[in-house]
Write a protein that binds this ligand. Sequence first.
Ligand SMILES: Nc1ncnc2c1ncn2[C@@H]1O[C@H](COP(=O)(O)OP(=O)(O)OP(=O)(O)O)[C@@H](O)[C@H]1O
Length: 216
Amino acid sequence: MSCSINLKELTYSNSSKEVFKNVTLDVSHEEKVAIIGANGSGKSSLLKIIVGLMKQSSGEISLFHEKMNSLKDFKIYRSDIGYLPQDVNDHFLCPTVIEDVMFALRAKGEKKDEAYLKACSMLEELGISHLENRNIYDLSGGEQKIVALAGILITKPRILLLDEPTNALDEDAEKRIIDILNSIKKSMIIVSHHKTFIEKLAPTVYKLTKEGLNRI
Ligand SMILES: Nc1ncnc2c1ncn2[C@@H]1O[C@H](COP(=O)(O)OP(=O)(O)OP(=O)(O)O)[C@@H](O)[C@H]1O
């Protein structure tokens, strides 16, 4: 089966310690994989490394069978990867919800009317139409998380890397996110501490420790 993401013996050390080593993982086309692990085990760092925001200490990353040797290589695939950070505070580029969700489509050259209609339908699908004209920085943490997800899903990336997507969400919002993510046929890596969420979404679960990534 074709692989979207291949990680080979990744090691990552920050300024004070080795965070993890021997991380090897293949994520197939349309496969959904969850990563769990203790606080500080390096889950967020691993996602940032896969998306090219941080650099591994050693080891190899391939996206769509292309080896990522430099930032330039990651740039080629930037629009193919939808990355939802754990903390979405710095993620937004526009003041209002609708403008922000439309932003990536407008940047790709889509006409304003078409981008608006697509953004409205995305907000509706995620159950947040009522937030359309709200200032993003007046929203709650959970509301901001869903808006950030809307801005990612609307661009239809080939891979989704989601860091704690249901953190701070209420039960209804979490259920909507599970239904939507289940309906999306894409490769995904989902980092979460939320057991029931993972069980409903990802058949393959790995645990990250400083010794490596092990399937559980
Ligand atoms: N900006 C930073 N500067 C220095 N060290 C950092 C920074 N961010 C994270 N770390 C450290 O790197 C290690 C891995 O952090 P990371 O956030 O990747 O872990 P995590 O598994 O995602 O944790 P959590 O489950 O708490 O979100 C931790 O020891 C953390 O203290």
